[in-house]
Design a protein around this ligand. Structure first.
Ligand code: MLT
Length: 272
């Protein structure tokens, strides 16, 4: 069973303050996998993957600073800071290397982690994400969304995003989960994350150096980071396998959990 715990940091470490209030789940034993959540959600989105993998692996699912249960930590305005939070969490858990799995914004953070902490990556899962930065139009849309949240709160943004996050055939309970989880986030965290995503660098040049087993997974109907982005990343990564999930949109792990889990299982050798 999943449970939320407060992280334990070792006295005297410079990372102590950073992790002290980050909330995460930590379940199972064995090789570590860290799942990084999408925007504007939190670690709850990975429940089906944690259930599937935790009998054979150690599955760690943080809520990014400002999101989910981590609202006591100041929201981060850069993805690098979220990546450093993940590194600090691994320090606190005394885990040297882990598979880093991120979906969408979680994928952007995974790439930031790879840029800043490459030696700590045992494997990579990049799901419904992309290595390229925002286009000028995309940056302008972020600014509009920031203004919307500042003026009207998080709920109108979530309503605006729903049709892009999910495919039209998404089950009602998935829509309700995404809506409910999205509107539970604070405006401060949402605004900070929009700015962080707007300002992220191009990670394309990094990909060739990431010589670890990698899975690139994408819903075939992903309207935000479509399969073409996934193909480009797969081609640039030295050891990546691409899995396109039929009848799934951007939040592919929620819309097609079994196929998503099967993709995870195919790409990574059984845990020892
Ligand atoms: C996400 O799902 O994390 C976001 O939609 C990503 C983005 O807006 O670029």
């Amino acid at each position: 069973m999943l449970f939320r715990v407060y992280s334990l940091s070792r006295a005297g470490r410079s990372t102590k303050e950073r992790v002290a209030r980050l909330v995460y789940t930590d379940e199972g034993r064995g090789e570590a996998v860290v799942f990084l959540h999408a925007f504007p959600l939190d670690g709850r989105m990975w429940a089906a993957q944690a259930r599937e993998l935790s009998p054979s692996r150690r599955v760690i699912v943080p809520d990014f600073a400002g999101f989910g249960g981590s609202t006591n930590v100041a929201p981060r305005t850069s993805l690098d800071e979220h990546a450093d939070d993940v590194a600090a969490l691994l320090d606190a858990l005394e885990i040297e290397r882990a598979t880093i799995a991120g979906l969408s914004m979680g994928g952007y953070v995974a790439l930031a982690f790879a840029r800043r902490h490459a030696k700590r990556i045992a494997g990579l899962v990049l799901a419904d994400t992309k290595a390229t930065p925002d286009t000028p139009e995309g940056r302008a849309a972020r600014d509009q969304n920031i203004a919307l949240v500042r003026n009207e709160g998080v709920a109108p943004l979530v309503e605006r995003l729903l049709s892009k996050l999910l495919s039209p055939s998404s089950p009602a309970e998935v829509v309700a989960f995404v809506r409910g989880t999205g509107i539970s986030q604070t405006p401060e965290a949402v605004v900070a994350a929009l700015a962080a995503m707007r300002d992220r660098p191009d990670s394309t040049p990094l990909l060739a150096s990431l010589d670890v087993p990698a899975a690139v997974i994408v819903g075939e109907d992903d309207a935000i980071t479509p399969p073409a982005d996934a193909r480009a990343m797969t081609a640039a990564l030295p050891r990546a396998e691409l899995v396109v999930l039929p009848r799934a949109g951007h939040l592919a792990n929620l819309e097609a959990p079994q196929a998503f889990n099967a993709a995870l299982g195919r790409v990574f050798a059984p845990a020892r």
